[in-house]
Design a protein around this ligand. Structure first.
Ligand code: HEC
Length: 171
């Protein structure tokens, strides 16, 4: 029976990769709420059109990632000798767990070294852009965005502007 399931999965991939899924499920955007895309489970997701135009949040996440996370996690979510590649992390980690690890941090003490993810929930440059970071890394996990700065993006939605003003103001 397992062999059958594997065979079907392999066939699905061979037929054009219809079976996309990551730690949060199927990343296909089914809803657009003022420029913010959601998957069928209501998780934030990316939208990339065939000409390479990305949604605003994916573009914003690219910029935030490279200012706040890159130093430890390496360029483009690829990972470094110090911290894991987040493009691989999001293949299995879901949205809720991502929010929690980034906000409260994590510490693993191994026999060889101490590995610390700082708690960034109080840093407005991170806390106000959690979804942006998530959708950019989700796009990387699914290879929807390559190892490049997205060259074309949707205009910044008014909703993003309002959220930013109220969030930065609160922090
Ligand atoms: C000072 C270095 C540093 C910075 C800056 C940093 N991280 Fe981390 N992060 C780490 C380390 C080290 C780990 C591994 C922790 C462990 O071993 O539990 C980690 C782990 C994680 C994990 C869990 C990875 C996994 O595979 O389980 C996530 C998610 C994460 N970081 C997201 C982020 C995001 C998003 C940013 C930027 C907003 C960021 N980190 C900034 C060092 C950092």
């Amino acid at each position: 029976m397992y062999i059958g399931i594997i065979a079907v999965a392999v066939l699905a991939v061979a037929l054009g990769g219809v079976a996309f899924a990551d730690g949060s499920g199927d990343p296909a955007a089914v809803k657009n709420e003022n420029g913010r895309y959601l998957d069928k489970d209501g998780n934030p997701t990316y939208k990339v059109t065939p000409d390479g135009t990305v949604d605003w949040y994916t573009y914003s996440g690219y910029r935030r990632y490279h200012s706040e996370c890159h130093v430890c996690h390496g360029p483009d979510g690829e990972g470094s000798t110090y911290a894991p590649g987040l493009k691989d992390t999001l293949k299995t980690m879901d949205y809720g767990e991502f929010l929690s690890v980034v906000a409260v941090g994590r510490k693993n003490i191994t026999s060889s070294r101490e590995s610390v993810m700082p708690a960034l929930g109080e840093n407005p440059n991170v806390a106000c852009y959690m979804d942006d970071l998530f959708v950019y890394l989700r796009a990387r996990a699914n290879e929807a965005v390559g190892r490049v700065r997205p060259s074309k993006h949707e205009a910044k939605p008014e909703a993003a502007r309002q959220w930013e003003d109220s969030c930065i103001g609160k922090n």
